[in-house]
Design a protein around this ligand. Structure first.
Ligand SMILES: Nc1ncnc2c1ncn2[C@@H]1O[C@H](COP(=O)(O)OP(=O)(O)O)[C@@H](O)[C@H]1O
Ligand SMILES: [Mg+2]
Length: 286
């Protein structure tokens, strides 16, 4: 059984001109325990909306989100909060650290909501998590004294301090230079593997997305398999071990481009060029 399952998820909102904006259209997705999955798509394709639904921060307009096979729609607010706190860790583009708090205090923050003995052990656990990300010498530093890469490592320590079953990362390298971003991705992948957490990375960056075991593409709210950027192994889906579905994925994608958005850029380069331009505007939605 998939740990998290999305069934035919759609999300629509009312736009400023009172028209209906369809952000997600019939998204189906199964996330297995411990897997590293990436979702790539240009700015505005619905990535953050999808991640917020996965993270129980937002509700879909239609469709079902299941955790361990159980629907989440009927959960009361407090049960959702508890489930999110215990099972999900978040990493955002802008780190989202509290400025007036030290690294250790930021990392201990999620444990203030823990209802077990980890609440009482929060200082020690925060120290351990910061050691795991290589920042044991920065426990008492304020975020403003840390580099971007270090701030993101603090955010990763905060994401893992409650030992979540899944880490959801929304453009985790978006505010970092390429080299620092690559190091942060290596850390995220290593640390999820070590703790057994699944990792879902959403990004507009093809190179970042290509590091995952499985890569999907979000295009105008439609989620399709992607084989781009993974070299000769691309035809194998590590989730199922199935080979040679590369042509299916490519055909499907071409069909979708024709059906849904004939103006969509069809090459990775065009996608990257467009999203890079649009990135600053995205800060507000992440
Ligand atoms: N609550 C909302 N109201 C109106 N439009 C929204 C809302 N949330 C997202 N959008 C729009 O939906 C599209 C997808 O947003 P988002 O999921 O943030 O995309 P991405 O993360 O891929 O850049 C964007 O055009 C965005 O402006
Ligand atoms: Mg976004």
């Amino acid at each position: 059984m998939a740990f998290i399952e999305l069934r035919d998820i759609s999300k629509s909102v009312r736009a400023a001109d009172d028209s209906e904006l369809h952000i997600l259209r019939g998204v189906n997705l199964r996330i297995e325990e411990g897997e590293h999955l990436s979702i790539v798509g240009r700015s505005g394709s619905g990535k953050s909306t999808l991640l917020n639904i996965l993270g129980l921060l937002d509700a879909p307009t239609s469709g079902e989100l299941l955790f361990d096979g159980k629907p989440t729609a009927a959960l009361r607010l407090r049960a959702r909060d508890r489930m999110r706190g215990a099972q999900i860790g978040f990493v955002f583009q802008q780190f989202n650290l509290l400025e007036g708090r030290t690294a250790a205090e930021n990392v201990a923050m999620p444990l203030l909501y823990a209802r077990d003995r980890t609440f009482w052990r929060r200082d020690a656990l925060a120290r351990e998590a910061l050691t795991d990300v290589g920042l044991d010498h920065r426990l008492d530093s304020l975020p403003t004294r840390l580099s971007g890469g270090e701030q993101q490592r603090v955010a990763i320590a905060r994401a893992i301090v409650r030992r979540p079953r899944v880490i959801l990362a929304d453009e985790p390298t978006g505010a970092l230079d390429v080299e620092t971003g690559a190091r942060v991705m290596t850390l995220l992948a290593d640390i999820s593997k070590e703790t057994g957490a699944a990792l879902v990375t959403i990004t507009h960056d093809e190179n970042v997305a290509a590091r995952a075991d499985r890569m999907l593409r979000l295009d105008a709210g439609v989620l399709v398999p992607s084989s781009a950027g993974r070299g000769t192994d691309a035809a194998m889906d590590p989730g199922t071990g199935l080979h040679s579905d590369r042509s299916t994925a490519t055909d499907l994608q071409l069909d979708l481009e024709l059906d849904v958005d004939s103006t969509a850029p069809s090459t990775a380069t065009a996608t990257r060029a467009r999203t890079t331009e649009a990135t600053p505007a995205e800060g507000g939605s992440t």
